[in-house]
Ligand binder design. Structure first.
Ligand SMILES: [Zn+2]
Length: 341
């Protein structure tokens, strides 16, 4: 996930950030709830609809496709943002890379017996429209556009056999490339820190679906193994800072992804990779990113969401639930607050 307010974290001139803040504060807020905006399929219904599109039997892989952890990607403004949103023509090249890396996972997984592939766009800076549809493996189902329920886990359901996350980035506060975690500086469930891959594993875990593979920089792969256990990981670059890394060429990354995906499917089929299970009720604690904490409207809107209680400092909240999907939906409502079309 990525959004425009990242500028602060990327070290852009402070004056630009201050001007951006001033502009945001003077524009009347769009307080339309998502359901009234375009019509949003409620998350349980979205899941049922996707289940109807899926084949019975076989082995289904759900691929979450983000961009910060792609081969050679190191900079948000030029590589992950289109010209139409103030970015660069280079974005097109990284859309191709994203599509290539997804296809590499599909080829590898298929070689190990996977039969169905659902791809969910996971990069928000472009409102979840990055994959080059006509170059994507023709057997994949692609979930594209925004708003969509539970953003990075839209439609995830118990018919899925394995989740994979490609182009992933490390957690907020870590030294990984463009590291962040949705709109949060911290996010824990029962005291356990979860990055974006971990949150998807938490939602899938409740459905009995394991997170089988994560690819991105060395910080992401190490922290995700520590968080979720010995899943398959593909390290595509070694981070030197949040915007510099020693990178592997795409062709090498694609080869590693094919091999990793094949191993991941075999290991799930052998019962080696287990779903993440946490004890209920899930006690969620989160602190909004500093740039949002300063934004009184964002802070107040999040504080008024159903079931959310303040606590733990400015911009920090608690939420308790017996449903990981409901936690995912809460996250979606927070995303809607900070990430408007
Ligand atoms: Zn992203």
């Amino acid at each position: 996930m990525r959004r425009l307010l990242l500028v602060a974290a990327l070290g852009f001139p402070l004056r630009a950030v201050a001007q951006g803040q001033a502009t945001r504060d003077t524009i009347p807020r769009d307080t339309t709830p998502p359901a009234a905006y375009f019509g949003v399929t409620e998350y349980k219904l979205a899941r049922q609809k996707l289940e109807q599109d899926m084949q019975r039997g076989g082995f289904s892989v759900y691929i979450i496709a983000d961009m910060e952890g792609l081969a050679a990607a190191v900079r948000n403004q030029t590589e992950m943002r289109p010209v139409s949103r103030g970015g660069s023509p280079q974005h097109e090249r990284f859309r191709q890379e994203l599509t290539d890396e997804i296809n590499a996972l599909i080829v590898g997984a298929r070689a190990a017996g996977a039969t169905q592939f659902i791809v969910n766009e996971g990069h928000g800076g472009t409102l979840f429209r990055n994959v080059l549809v006509d170059r994507l493996d023709p057997e994949a189902i692609l979930i594209r556009g925004y708003p969509k329920p539970i953003v990075m886990s839209t439609g995830l359901n118990p018919m899925v056999d394995a989740i994979m996350i490609v182009g992933a980035h490390a957690n907020a506060g870590s030294p990984g490339i463009i590291s962040h975690n949705f709109a949060f500086d911290s996010f824990t469930v029962n005291g356990r820190a979860l990055n974006e891959a971990g949150i998807a594993a938490f939602i899938g875990g409740e459905m009995g679906v394991p997170m089988a593979l994560a690819s991105g920089d060395d910080v992401l792969t190490a922290e995700t193994r520590q968080m979720l256990g010995p899943l398959e990981t593909v390290t595509v670059k070694t981070a030197f800072s949040r915007s510099a890394a020693a990178v592997l060429p795409p062709a090498t990354v694609h080869r590693l992804l094919r091999a990793g995906a094949a191993r991941a499917v075999r290991r799930v089929r052998a019962g080696e990779l287990r779903p993440l299970t946490l004890e209920k009720p899930y006690r969620v604690r989160f602190c909004l990113r500093q740039s949002y904490v300063k934004d009184e409207w964002v802070r107040a809107t999040v504080g008024q969401l159903d079931g959310v209680n303040p606590g733990g400092g400015p911009g920090c909240f608690g939420y308790t639930s017996d449903s990981a999907e409901a936690v995912g939906n809460l996250l979606n409502e927070i995303e809607w607050t900070v990430l408007k079309p």
